[in-house]
Design a protein around this ligand. Structure first.
Ligand SMILES: Nc1ncnc2c1ncn2[C@@H]1O[C@H](COP(=O)(O)OP(=O)(O)O)[C@@H](O)[C@H]1O
Ligand SMILES: [Mg+2]
Length: 366
């Protein structure tokens, strides 16, 4: 089912700020979409409005073609899994999964079939007879997924469902959720503050900050083509290198003056970025967009290697040049030594420029 949020607004009486500030979003049928943003940016509130647990102060919500803005949660065919999922501790796994169906007064045979199908999908068939106290954290989370799925929701909402699990299990459950999505093809909305989780899971990511959508795009788009400084800094670890600079003409070429080092601006942006007067910008490049080159390379910046951190197959190298510190990611086989002099080359296609005033990207393609 398609889900459409139209100019959605929510303000809690107890709070000065607006929790959800004019959000417009179309979630496609069968899409797995991820809401990503820091704590307090409005992810849960948006999700609770889709579920019908909060009433919007403005705007509309459509599920399919139906306006559900004021429809009761139980009539929306939406299921929600929370971070702190709760189970009935005195019941078995089977009874926990069956519970939502009993409330719907389904026949015993029908309940049995639906419970077994849901258990099979999340891989807890062998645990059905156990008490929920006798299953591990990861298994319990699967049971809660099965319990949400058993009603065959048209829209599946998951609010940080993996954040109470340890790191290894979290990575494993991510893959399971992806598989679950491929098998059920239900529309899923997944909330997280973890950008890595968002990147690996989402067909598309909705990046939020302070109640507003900052960018909607594929993981590739938000990573390589961020719409503004917020997205550029929130997505990607280690983060993008960012420095103050000034766009100005240097001979025949439009450049960014990084306090002395003149970096040519990518050809394709030169026409749109006229610089009759020097324009202050933020200049950015991801650590993966920087290479070590020979001193003879004319387009390079001299520096000195300060710190080297191993990332396994790759290494993170911090290079100082004047008052600037660059983080550079290179293959671990690339020889680097602490204290050594080096030269950095910036991949022109991976340079970002942002308006100094409002953070809007000047180099975004979309
Ligand atoms: N029940 C509530 N009463 C008052 N303010 C709330 C309530 N729930 C959330 N807020 C506020 O609304 C904003 C968005 O919160 P929330 O949607 O929970 O963010 P997130 O899930 O992204 O962490 C925050 O500023 C939060 O403090
Ligand atoms: Mg939340």
């Amino acid at each position: 089912m398609k889900v459409v949020l139209q100019d959605l607004v929510k303000k809690y009486p107890a709070s000065d700020s607006i929790a959800v500030n004019h959000v417009d979003l179309t979630i496609a049928d069968s899409e797995l979409i991820v809401f990503l943003g820091p704590s307090g940016c409005g992810k849960t509130t948006t999700m609770r409005m889709i579920a019908g647990l909060e009433t919007p102060d403005g705007g509309k919500i459509f599920i399919g073609e139906r306006d559900v803005t004021y429809v009761a949660p139980k009539d929306r065919r939406v299921a929600m899994v929370f971070q702190n999922f709760s189970m009935y501790p005195s019941m078995t796994v089977y009874e926990n999964i069956a519970f939502p169906l009993q409330a719907l007064k389904r026949s015993k045979a029908e309940i049995d079939q639906l419970v077994r199908e849901a258990a099979e999908l999340v891989g807890v068939s062998a645990l059905l007879k156990r008490g929920v106290r006798q299953v591990s954290g990861g298994e319990a989370q699967r049971v809660s997924l099965a319990r949400a799925m058993v009603r065959r929701p048209e829209v599946f909402l998951m609010d940080e469902p993996l954040s109470s699990l340890d790191a290894k299990l979290r990575v494993q459950m991510r893959t399971e959720i992806k598989r679950l999505h491929q098998e059920t093809r239900s529309t899923m909305v997944f909330v997280t503050h973890d950008q890595e989780e968002a990147m690996t899971l989402g067909d598309r990511i909705v990046v939020m900050s302070q109640g507003k959508v900052q960018q909607v795009g594929t993981p590739h788009e938000v990573f390589f083509d961020p719409y503004n400084l917020f997205v550029a800094t929130f997505v990607g670890t280690p983060g993008m290198n960012l420095f103050d600079g000034v766009i100005q003409q240097s001979g025949d070429t439009l450049c960014v003056d990084l306090q002395g080092y003149m970096q040519p601006i990518p050809e394709r942006f030169r026409a749109t970025l006229n610089a009759k007067t020097p324009t202050p910008v933020k200049w950015g490049i991801r650590p993966e967009g920087i290479r070590f080159v020979d001193a003879t390379d004319p387009n390079s910046l001299a520096g000195q290697i300060e710190i080297i951190e191993s990332l396994g197959s790759r290494q993170l190298v911090f290079v100082r040049s004047g008052d600037k510190l660059f983080s550079v990611i290179v293959d671990s086989l690339h020889p680097v030594r602490q204290g050594e002099n080096c030269h950095l080359h910036f991949d022109e296609t991976r340079i970002h420029l942002f308006e100094a005033q409002n953070g809007r990207s000047l180099t975004q393609r979309g």
